[in-house]
Design a protein. Structure first.
Length: 270
């Protein structure tokens, strides 16, 4: 029996912003690590999925090198992100790579069409124009391949402004109320709305949540044992909830990157 465990490997000295809001699944650790070898002989090879912001890193920041050393058996900083993992799932898994090759990509523009998309974006911009916040900057609507990201404070805000908005949002429920207003205005668009990170929320077609990655994983299901997922937004309405609560997944709620590392140590290194 192989002595490998499938865990995420993070790039050393690579800016994590390329994976912002996404999560990665990864490659096998060195089978000479004895405690992993023992675990696998007892329980088989596991596949671990990780959210990024709030789980492997602080929001929008680089991976702590101490954490990297736990998850990565060697330096792989010369590879691009897509080539550094067995799988990379961006935008809730709607843009998927396997062994560095693009294997799937969905388009929210194709799904919605311009005639529905523009009124939706116009409403969001109008709503945000009426908000009074601790700060407002730029890049309020970010159009991605598989989803639309709405950010009331603006994604170009500084880390200090990001933290200020996060604290303000906890008290005033800016994002929750924004989503409620969208749902009232567009009840028939067939979209889900998911709060993630500190400052924004995602809008995507029903079913295009993080469980979408499983369609790419299940063909290889027989090659590993349990599927674990670690995330910080695992509550209903959080962008980790659907994958966290999926019947085929063992979900783990974490409170910080340090908590993630501690849970992994308890699971695999104790």
């Amino acid at each position: 029996m192989t002595g490998n465990v499938t865990l995420t490997r993070f790039l050393k000295n690579v800016n994590k912003s390329k994976l912002a809001g996404n999560f990665a699944v990864s490659v096998e650790l060195n089978k000479q690590i004895i405690f992993l070898k023992f675990f696998c002989e007892m329980g088989g090879k596991d596949l671990c999925l990780f959210d990024v912001d709030g789980t492997l890193t602080l929001s929008r920041l680089n991976c702590n090198l101490t954490h990297c050393s736990l998850l990565s058996p060697k330096t792989i900083d010369k590879k691009c992100v897509e080539e550094a993992y067995d799988y990379v799932f961006a935008q809730n898994g709607l843009v998927a790579y396997k062994e560095g090759k693009l294997i799937g990509k969905e388009s929210i523009l194709k799904y919605m069409g311009e005639e529905k998309l523009q009124p939706f974006i116009n409403f969001c911009l109008g709503y945000m124009s009426q908000l009074s916040l601790p700060a407002k900057r730029g890049n309020f609507v970010e159009f991605r391949s598989g989803l639309i990201n709405i950010c009331p404070v603006g994604r170009s805000c500084s880390q200090k402004e990001r933290d200020e908005f996060a604290a303000y949002d906890k008290v005033h429920r800016i994002r929750e109320q924004f989503i409620e207003a969208i749902q009232k205005k567009f009840p028939d668009l067939g979209l889900n709305y998911s709060i993630g990170g500190q400052i924004s929320f995602d809008c995507f077609p029903i079913g295009w949540d993080k469980t979408y990655c499983l369609k790419h994983i299940f063909p290889d299901r027989d090659t590993y044992g349990n599927i674990h997922f670690f995330g910080d937004k695992t509550f209903p309405g959080g962008n980790d909830y659907e994958l966290f609560s999926h019947e085929a997944v063992i979900g783990h709620t974490v409170t910080s990157p340090e908590d993630t590392m501690e849970q992994l140590k308890q699971m695999y290194f104790s």
